[in-house]
Design a protein around this ligand. Structure first.
Ligand code: PLP
Length: 452
């Protein structure tokens, strides 16, 4: 990993130690709660909650809009927003009302509710694909979409971009190695088989590499984000996405746009904002307003092809399905989020706020002469310790600087601002105000003034 972020390392380490000590002082109840959690694997309900810059996580007391209060009474302006799960703001009123009403009237009945069809119609309107199905996570939406496309094509492989993230999907844990070919991603836990047996990989923004891999004729689907978001934001270059569509069509490969994070680009995600024509869209997180949900939408041609396949068990134990998927609470939450919270008007505000965020932070970085860059995807902003901005996942991974990132995260948290614990992402929700952006910038500027 690069340590060439324009920063004096010994000063950074001294400041980071000071900030971690302040953090420990400000969070005695969180620290004690963590110390007590002897019967949780890794002391947390899910192991990724150990991704914290300060040695232990902050424990939630309450969250509303873009404000979080922790168990020690500290209040935060939240730009993490549940890593997109709370892009609609925390506990939005229409979602709380819809869920509260639904919770009283049956939770796990194995029966559809009318909310699901309304949510499906709204997703169809926004993303341009007519046939929707629901999961509980975006990971599962991806897993099931992949299975369906393998079934339809009779091909065995899935192609993803290097350093993508599509949830804990086995096929996606592949990167381009130094020899230019696929290899298992570092840290891949318990892979069922060598990932090169199930997957192919290409660099984002590299049509030649994509064509080289598709030409094998064994790729059922390209699963991709229209912009990479999980290794920092990596935006598509001019002509790249059109080229992907053209090549996938030429080689008989289906195209899945995973819009779980790129939904920040607008009400219909990057698909609508950039006029893309995928065969399948997968999504999750934000569309449930914080309630677990995932979804995939199929083209009419695919839906028809799948329905006509009597040999595929789509109803019982064929590998696509979950007992609580499509449950009444997730469906009520999704309907309310789409119809009443993450509306066209809300996106317009969020994107305007994000533009101000990006402009302000670019000026501060320039002012300090740092070799960093800022990228924006609609309502989502990210800075990377590289300039020009990385063009693909491998370059973006190489520009990471965990020490510097951790310092900035703790510095901000100690002054009441949260970024996502993963890289330097700031997301705007409908309640994020110009004053919140100014507050972030003032603290960020102070951090740099101490550091540089
Ligand atoms: C693009 C993308 N797809 C899928 C997922 C998985 O979502 P979930 O954790 O809800 O399964 C994520 C999670 O960050 C994501 O960023």
């Amino acid at each position: 990993m690069s340590t060439d972020s324009g920063i004096d390392r010994s000063r950074l380490r001294a400041l980071a130690e000071r900030e971690r000590a302040t953090f420990a002082d400000r969070h005695p109840r969180s620290r004690a709660a963590y110390a007590r959690a002897d019967h949780l694997f890794g002391r947390v309900p899910m192991t990724w909650m150990n991704k914290t810059a300060a040695g232990f996580p902050v424990y939630l007391a309450s969250a509303r809009g873009n404000r979080i209060t922790d168990v020690d009474g500290n209040e935060f302006v939240d730009f993490c927003l549940g890593d997109t799960g709370a892009m609609a703001g925390h506990s939005p009123e229409p979602v709380v009302a819809a869920v509260t009403e639904r919770v009283r009237d049956g939770l796990a009945t194995m029966m559809p509710t009318e909310d699901a069809a309304v949510a499906g119609a709204e997703l169809a309107r926004r993303f341009g694909l007519p046939a929707w199905s629901f999961a509980l996570t975006a990971t599962d939406a991806n897993r099931w979409a992949i299975r369906l496309l393998r079934a339809v094509t009779g091909r065995s492989k899935i192609l993803v971009n290097s350093y993508c993230y599509h949830g804990s999907v086995d096929e996606s844990l592949i990167v381009v190695g130094p020899d230019g070919h696929g290899r298992s991603r570092e840290g891949n836990v318990g892979a069922p088989v060598d990932v090169t047996a199930t997957s192919r990989v290409a660099e984002f923004n590299d049509l030649a590499m994509l064509e080289r891999e598709l030409a094998h004729g064994d790729v059922a689907a390209v699963l991709m984000e229209p912009a990479l978001t999980n290794i920092g934001i990596v935006l598509p270059e001019d002509g790249y996405l059109a080229g992907v569509r053209e090549l996938t069509r030429r080689y008989g490969t289906y195209l899945i746009n995973d819009e779980t994070h790129t939904f920040s680009a607008g009400p219909g995600g990057a698909t609508a904002a950039w006029n893309l024509q995928p065969d399948v869209v997968t999504i999750g997180k934000a569309i449930g307003g914080g309630v677990p949900v995932g979804a995939y939408g199929l083209s009419a041609e695919l839906a028809e092809a799948l329905t006509g396949r009597g040999d595929l068990d789509l109803v019982d134990m064929g590998g696509v399905g979950g007992t609580l998927a499509g449950n009444p609470v997730s469906m009520a939450a999704t309907r309310a989020t789409l119809q009443e919270v993450l509306t066209e008007a809300a996106f317009a505000t969020m994107i305007e706020t994000a533009s101000a965020f990006a402009d302000g932070i670019s000026k501060i970085i320039e002012g300090y002469g740092l070799p960093w860059s800022v990228s924006r995807l609609g309502a989502r902003v990210e800075y990377r310790f590289a300039n020009p901005a990385p063009r693909n996942g491998t370059e973006s991974a190489a520009s990471a600087d965990a020490e510097l990132e951790d310092f900035l995260h703790v510095y901000l948290a100690n002054r009441g601002v949260l970024l996502t614990p993963f890289h330097n992402m700031a997301l705007m929700c409908p309640q994020t105000s110009a004053a919140d952006v100014a507050r972030h910038h003032e603290i960020f500027e102070r951090a740099l003034s101490e550091l540089v």
